[in-house]
Design a protein around this ligand. Sequence first.
Ligand code: UDP
Length: 358
Amino acid sequence: MRIVLMSTPIGFLGSGKGGGVELTLNSLVTGLLSLGHSVDVVAPKNSKLYYCNEKANLHFVDGEDQISWQHQNYNSPVSIPDDSLLVGMLEKGLDLAKKADVLLNMSYDWLPIWMTLNVKIPIAHIISMGSESSVISNLIAKVYDEHPYNFAFHSKIQANDYPFIKKPVIIGNGFKLDNYTFRDSVKGPLAWVGRVAPEKGLEDAVYVANKLGEKLKVWGVKEDEAYASKIEQSFPQDTIDWMGFLSTNELQKELGKCRVLLNTPKWNEAYGNVVVEALACGVPVIAYKRGGPSEIIKHGQTGYLADPDDKKNMLSYVEIIEKIKRKKCREWVEKNASTDIFANKVVNWLNRLMKEYK
Ligand code: UDP
């Protein structure tokens, strides 16, 4: 197959601004190349693919970022800036896709989904978030009526946010296992990884660390500086150890030294890449029973699922975290979330979709 992938119109690949989509795109490229497919990637200027993805053709587009939907009101209208990156990437993607089998869109935005109704080229959409916008959800419902095979989701619980999708295609996600080293650090510090933004609930993890009289190591882009400093000021000085945003390789080296990852989403997390990255290093995860992490973590085997927003419940699980066998965490990733497993699911889905266009 010849596949054209369109990246997120928020931040270049490697900036961290695009969140989990950056890693998901890279994993997918790795998996598709290893299965022998040809891949073109349309991405913002300055984007970098993983070294192992050098066989993919990378096409740069310059322009203004979109505003992230999770930081707007649910009923906000669609806005497109002058010199729009999204428009530029879509134009480039459609042009390349004339000679390809499919355009695979990884941006969560209105325009590429609407375009599905208006061109003959198959446009497939990996929906990367729960329902964050009424105008997008309504459009997905409309396009789904005509093109029921054009959408895929990362988890069942994410797809539940779109109740009109009768039989959602669930593709999970993939991780290049060689990029993560197993470490048996049962006595390490507490970890938290993610974009520092309200939907990620960092304050609850800081609460747990503070109760234990420990520091919390935090990795990720400070997307919302005001939110970050508000949390910092609500707890004793130095409870948070800000570690910054690291490349996957640097991150996994540090993360593997931790005894547990705390994952505290306040929204319907579509998947939760950081959960699986921790597991791949052998780090068990305690997450709220909400969104993708609740489908990934096997309670009592690879971590624990705490009652949503119940910080005390989360704390009680940290106290028994040594019961989790770290090898089991790594094994789960090997069996369920490698790049090959992921790419195979995507290819099966795309083959089904393409039949509709013949
Ligand atoms: N991440 C990273 N370096 C860091 C912290 C985070 O590369 O120092 C990446 C991480 O690998 C993951 C992404 O940021 O792929 C966060 O994705 P997730 O699915 O957890 O949440 P999202 O940001 O998409 O809501």
